[in-house]
Design a protein around this ligand. Structure first.
Ligand code: FAD
Length: 282
């Protein structure tokens, strides 16, 4: 479908973008456009203006803080993350996730900020970032606020970012020495949506799991952290971790029954635990 005429605005700074969003009624942020432009072409949304943040320098690229946290500009593309030696050095799981996303075209345009702000339950980054204890920097006219994953991801296609706010950066703390991260997922087709996703992070000291993050994606509207399973894993030797069973209240959808999704989530979780254990032994 050919788009109807729409105002296109290109602010130079994050502060200008926020001012524009608050001044122009019906304006929305345009990042990589990999989802938003499809939504417009399908006539599913009718914003008055697009505020393009894709080329704002302050929103692009990565840097490390003094305590080795990785700060990723919200408009950084998957391709940039995948090819960054800095990201691979401290957070290889982020580089790997970006490198494995969809196809070259989507990786060249799609942004990590857009991936999170969309919060499609099947998206790759929300569960990974939840497992990495990421912080989300949000700028509004009143200033900046910083949220944890459980405060940021509120439900299907819903986040804490307000209409006149901008996600500016995602900050991922340095992982402790001995930390391993594994991700497993089941896709509907070779290049399509995830039916179930699991991310497991084990912090291992002297052959004992001292802390764990266990997060499911594509099961509920937002990443689901399984604190009970985390507690079960802590204190064990990785090689002797207990088998994980889940009691999930999932729903049927076009891709499968609730029972199938529940079982597949459990399978992905077991695989992710096993992969993390293997990595911890290397
Ligand atoms: C064929 C295809 C297959 C795909 N498969 C997958 C997949 O398997 N896994 C996956 O994770 N993704 C997948 N995607 C989605 C892709 O990753 C999108 O790039 C992503 O979901 C949105 O990122 P974007 O930068 O393109 O954002 P846009 O489409 O520009 O924006 C998406 C939404 O986020 C808002 N937004 C964007 N950036 C900000 C910001 N900084 N602050 C506030 N609001 C903002 C926009 O207003 C809009 O509502 C696929 C896309 C396509 C086209």
């Amino acid at each position: 479908m050919i788009l109807p005429p729409i105002q296109y605005l290109r602010p130079a700074t994050p502060a200008d973008a926020v001012a524009t969003l608050s001044e122009v009624d019906g304006s929305v942020v345009l990042a990589g456009g990999q989802t938003l432009l499809n939504v417009l072409k399908l006539d599913l949304a009718h914003p008055a203006a697009l505020v393009d943040v894709h080329r704002i320098d302050a929103l692009r690229g990565v840097r490390h803080t003094e305590d080795s946290a990785l700060v990723i500009g919200a408009a950084t593309t998957y391709a940039e993350l995948a090819s960054s030696p800095d990201v691979r050095r401290t957070h290889p799981e982020v580089a790997d996730m970006a490198a494995g996303l969809v196809d070259r075209q989507v990786r060249n345009r799609g942004t990590i900020g857009g991936n999170c702000c969309l919060n499609d339950p099947t998206n790759n980054f929300p569960p990974l970032l939840a497992a990495l204890d990421a912080r989300f920097r949000i700028l509004g006219v009143a200033g900046e606020r910083v949220l944890r994953a459980d405060e940021f991801f509120l439900g299907t296609l819903t986040t804490a970012v307000g209409r006149a706010e901008l996600l500016t950066a995602i900050e991922i703390p340095a992982l402790p020495t001995g930390s391993v991260v594994a991700h497993e997922h089941l896709q509907v087709g070779a290049d399509s949506w995830a039916l179930a996703r699991a991310v497991v992070r084990l912090d291992v000291t002297d052959h004992v799991v001292t802390d764990a993050r266990v997060v499911l994606g594509a099961v509920y509207g937002s990443p689901l952290r399984l604190s009970d399973v985390e507690r079960m894993l802590v204190g064990s030797a990785p090689a002797a971790l207990p088998e994980v069973e889940l009691d999930l209240d999932t729903a049927d959808d076009v891709h499968g029954s609730a029972a199938y999704r529940r079982e597949m989530a459990e399978v992905q979780l077991r695989r992710a635990v096993r992969a993390a254990v293997e990595r911890s032994g290397r």
